[in-house]
Design a protein around this ligand. Structure first.
Ligand code: HAM
Length: 428
């Protein structure tokens, strides 16, 4: 038997419905925030991620799915959404749009060749946003508020918002130098990865999973002491806006994030649910004012975040939050024999095209087991088509709740159901 690749999963049944619900809720929320959807390819030229995500990130050095296509081009399955969205912003000259800033959202599969474990997949789903074209601190707070409000709408309680600032380029460079000066004498006490980070991106040493408990980490210089005035003001404004929104946060000076493109605000939201496990970061993001220019666009500030859908589903499970809407049918049609199937099949199509969720017996079941099937589908009505019904064009329809039976003219079936089924009917 051929099995699915390691670190991937199939979604069906209840899980599919949960994901559909999350998609619908996130889409509605994005309408409230006035964001537009963007869709970019799942694979891009490898160079985009090397330049965009960064040569010192684990994602690019160890985790990309790279391949050469039949035209000998180096391609990579996207490990995250930001680089592709920024590429699209530049390539489609969205910076020319009058409606600045450009507020975009996306969802889709991302690919990272990581060691699979709970909450860590090789193919996983993200919802994300990227706001490109403004340095307003209001947007840093807005972007943080999106996952916080999304989790709140879902009823998730145990969440913790961690924030930090990496400052602008000048502040970051000064800090980088201070870290290098500080860590240089201790290099032999740090892991191999940290030794590599020392050259490429010493900030990443601070969130090393191996070394983070060591005393040398605790005494390392703090970013806050190297921020220039402008960066400090920006950070203070972000915090003020968050407070205005009533969003509680914790300042974590060691939060640097695993991607190289960040400047100023960075943040992560953690699930604080007991037993959740080590992969408890539900989402992360921040400001990346230099990335558009690094990818050959005009110098343009930007901020965004992405949240993992699998981890969100796990968090909802841990908090016993049931997000599944009960699935139901409006009508289930039972042809009494094969002779009635054509008539019944046509009626089925008629119902569907008039907005009713409907299905039919495809298996030639006996009447009793057909009623059981209607119950399994939670069908509101059951329509029975027999020889007599076809002859007279008067059909038998049964309310599956009250068990009341009606005989109605087949031509008036839509108005009959319209009068009785009000809810979901407008959906199409
Ligand atoms: P990230 O922190 O790499 O950021 O990923 C965001 C979220 O995706 C994580 O918090 C986690 O929930 C989920 N995630 C990441 N890797 C995996 C995995 N292997 N399995 C399951 N879930 C995972 C980004 O991707 C940035 N592009 C966010 C951003 C947007 N920054 C600015 N704009």
């Amino acid at each position: 038997m051929i099995q699915k690749p390691k670190g991937t999963y199939d979604t069906y049944g209840v899980e599919s419905r949960k994901i559909r619900y999350l998609n619908e809720l996130f889409t509605l929320l994005m309408d409230k925030y006035n964001y537009s959807q963007v869709r970019t390819p799942i694979f891009e030229n490898s160079e985009l991620f090397h330049r965009g995500v960064g040569e010192s990130s684990d994602i690019v050095t160890k985790e990309t799915y790279d391949f050469t296509d039949r035209g000998n081009r180096n391609m990579t399955l996207r490990p995250e959404g930001t680089a592709g969205v920024v590429r699209s912003y530049i390539e489609n000259k969205m910076y020319g749009d009058a409606t600045k800033p450009t507020k975009l959202w996306y969802n889709g599969f991302m690919y990272r060749y990581e060691r699979p474990q709970s909450g860590r997949f090789r193919e996983f789903n993200q919802f994300g946003v990227e706001v490109i074209g403004s340095s307003s601190a209001m947007l840093d707070a807005e972007v943080i508020s999106i996952p916080v409000n999304f989790y709140k709408l879902l009823g998730l309680k145990g969440i913790k918002v961690n924030i930090n600032t990496l400052g602008d380029l000048e502040s970051r460079n000064n800090y980088r130098q201070a870290l290098k000066d500080y860590f240089k004498p201790y290099l032999n006490q740090l892991c191999t990865d940290c030794n590599n980070r020392f050259e490429k991106n010493p900030l990443r040493i601070l969130d090393c999973k191996i070394d983070h408990d060591k005393d040398i980490m605790k005494n390392a210089p703090k970013m806050i002491d190297y921020l220039n005035e402008e960066s400090k003001i920006h950070y203070e404004k972000v915090k003020k806006y968050l407070e205005e929104l009533g969003i509680e946060y914790v300042e974590n000076p060691n939060l640097v994030r695993g991607l190289d493109y960040y400047t100023h605000t960075v943040f992560e939201v953690e699930a604080e649910v007991e037993g959740f496990g080590s992969q408890n970061v539900l989402c992360g993001g921040g400001r990346y004012d230099l990335l558009v220019e690094m990818l050959d666009g005009p110098s343009t500030p930007a901020v965004g975040f992405a949240l993992g859908i699998e981890r969100l589903l796990t968090a909802l499970d841990y908090e016993n939050i049931d997000i599944i809407e009960e699935k139901s049918l409006d009508a289930y049609i039972i042809p009494m024999s094969d002779n009635e199937s054509e008539y019944a099949f046509k009626l089925l199509n008629h119902l569907r095209m008039n907005g009713f969720n409907s299905d039919i017996d495809y298996m030639g079941r006996k009447i009793g087991s057909n009623f059981k099937q209607a119950d399994r589908f939670n069908s509101k009505y059951v329509i029975i088509i027999g020889e007599e019904e076809i002859k007279t064009n008067i059909i038998t329809i049964k309310d599956n709740n009250t068990k009341e039976e009606y005989k109605i003219d087949a031509n008036s079936i839509i108005s009959f159901l319209d009068e009785r089924i009000i809810d979901d009917h407008e959906k199409i």
